[in-house]
Design a protein around this ligand. Structure first.
Ligand code: GSH
Length: 191
């Protein structure tokens, strides 16, 4: 399995997931300055020309949520996802998709000081944080004592936000980030 990777990118999320799965994989370093993510060869893997991308035999994948869903199924022994048919499955899938379709763009708008018109399809960041706090409940993870790939996807957004800088976020979210950062396989950026 090959992860197309740059340590300064969202590929750190897919790498975190691979490490939580204890997967064996190879990192293929992509140099943004040399525009290696826009070469015809790379566009065959991810036509959007973005990181991360994952190749597993004949399978090629892009988008972190899809990659994490795929890995959780490939490594069931890691217990990072509720099984098909389990009552938690629907909420798990929703959170996996929510991370990049709502939370990530809402956070991007807020950090870039842009407005979020509702017609864009996602809420403002404060509402997204309300959702995450409600889903997290007492924690420690989104499924109580059970750490899942949903924590990788949702949690990575707030880890990244902390790296961005600025004032601390809501206490419950900051405490969640502290817990996530203590995980041995936890997301490491810039490495
Ligand atoms: N939603 C995508 C975001 C991917 C993305 O925006 N990747 C950035 C790196 S953080 C990228 O490759 N940017 C280079 C470019 O667009 O030219 C995912 O989660 O996989």
């Amino acid at each position: 399995m090959k992860l197309y990777y740059n340590p300064q990118s969202r590929a750190a999320i897919a790498k975190w997931m691979l490490d939580e799965c204890r997967a064996e994989y190879e990192l293929v370093h992509i140099d943004f300055e040399k525009r290696e993510h826009k070469t015809p060869e790379f566009l065959e893997i991810n036509p959007a020309g973005k990181l991360p991308a994952l190749v597993d035999g004949e399978t090629r994948m892009f988008e972190n949520s899809a990659i994490c869903l795929y890995l959780a199924e490939k490594y069931p022994q890691a217990r990072l996802a509720p099984a098909v048919g389990a009552p938690e499955r629907g909420r798990y899938l929703s959170l996996m998709v929510y991370a990049t379709t709502q939370l990530e763009p809402a956070m991007g708008d807020a950090l870039l000081k842009l407005e979020t018109p509702p017609a864009r399809g996602w809420t403002d960041f404060e509402t997204a944080k309300d959702v995450v706090e409600k889903e997290l409940g007492e924690g420690p993870w989104l499924f109580g004592e059970w750490f899942t790939a949903a924590d990788v996807m949702i949690g990575s957004m707030f880890i990244w936000k902390r790296l961005w800088g600025g004032p601390p976020d809501r206490p419950r979210i900051e405490a969640y980030v502290d817990r996530l950062k203590q995980r041995p396989a936890g997301m490491k950026m810039g490495m």
